[in-house]
Design a protein. Structure first.
Length: 277
């Protein structure tokens, strides 16, 4: 009832899962990942305990293949399970139990595994493999995962139709405010075209969580901070940080710098401001 891809980025810094299904809120059941450890997708008659178990095995040093073997060896329902795993080093493994409903199967490649069940046919996982391998290795992992997911959807996807999709990517320190490793965690729980909607949300996420080039990081000099605080107050905000928070622009500043886009936008919004105002 589901097709997914688990993968590690080419630079070895990110791990993630993308999944789609004719199933309500597939993102709540299938994907799990921890930075510096790996990622797992559990599906078909999903054993959600596989998520914690697989990540624990990987964290203890097991490869993807060994972690997968341990999972199925210890599970009496293994014939109904499907799982994909990618480990710390990009090793990948996939398993499809013989009782999974047709069409069901999976493929592995360099740093990724794709798998699905109740699909229109093997062309779905083949298209996912081809799309991931053809994607730009330097692109953000979420984009590469979504390219593979979209290719699988276009190739036929879940034979029962569409309902939900999700993408999860982890990278050390990439979470909100740098306090955890969740770089991307987006879910479409119930939608007639969930993969397309997921792509739209990823675009919004990227706009609000940008990777600001060093050339666009303006130094927070006392003069600039006084100006920007003054401009923000002229708009009714307590200070620059309050203005940025109101506009969800927290990621557009860092330790000792503010994004040029913020400076330009605030100046555009306050054309008549002056230091004496």
């Amino acid at each position: 009832m589901t097709f997914s891809i688990v993968a590690r980025s080419a630079d070895g810094e990110s791990w993630g899962v993308a999944v789609a299904s004719k199933f309500l809120a597939v993102g709540s059941a299938v994907p799990a990942a921890v930075a510096g450890v790996g990622a797992v997708a559990t599906q078909a008659w999903a054993n959600v305990a596989y998520k914690g178990l697989a990540l624990a095995h990987l964290d203890e040093g097991a490869t993807a293949s060994i972690a997968l073997q341990r999972l199925v060896d210890e599970d009496e329902g293994r014939d109904h399970r499907q799982v994909g795993i990618v480990d710390l080093d990009g090793g990948a493994a996939t398993y499809t139990g013989p009782s999974c409903l047709d069409w069901a199967g999976g493929l592995t490649g360099d740093g990724f595994a794709v798998q699905g069940n109740i699909l229109t046919g093997p062309e779905v996982v083949e298209a996912m493999r081809d799309a991931f391998e053809a994607s730009d290795a330097d692109a953000p992992l979420a984009r590469r995962l979504l390219a593979a997911l979209a290719a699988g959807d276009d190739a036929g996807g879940d034979s029962r139709g569409r309902q939900s999709a999700a993408v999860l990517v982890v990278k050390d320190g990439a979470g909100y405010g740098g306090f955890d490793d969740v770089a991307v965690d987006l879910r479409i729980d119930d939608h007639e075209d969930p993969v397309t909607e997921l792509e739209r949300l990823l675009g919004l996420h990227e706009a609000l969580s940008p990777d600001i080039a060093e050339a666009d990081q303006v130094e927070d000099t006392p003069e600039l901070m006084a100006e920007l605080d003054g401009r923000a107050r002229s708009l009714g905000h307590l200070h620059l940080a309050a203005w940025m928070g109101t506009h969800n622009l927290e990621a557009y500043g860092g330790d000792g710098w503010t994004a040029r886009q913020v400076v330009d936008q605030l100046r555009e919004e306050t054309p008549d401001w002056s230091p004496s105002a």
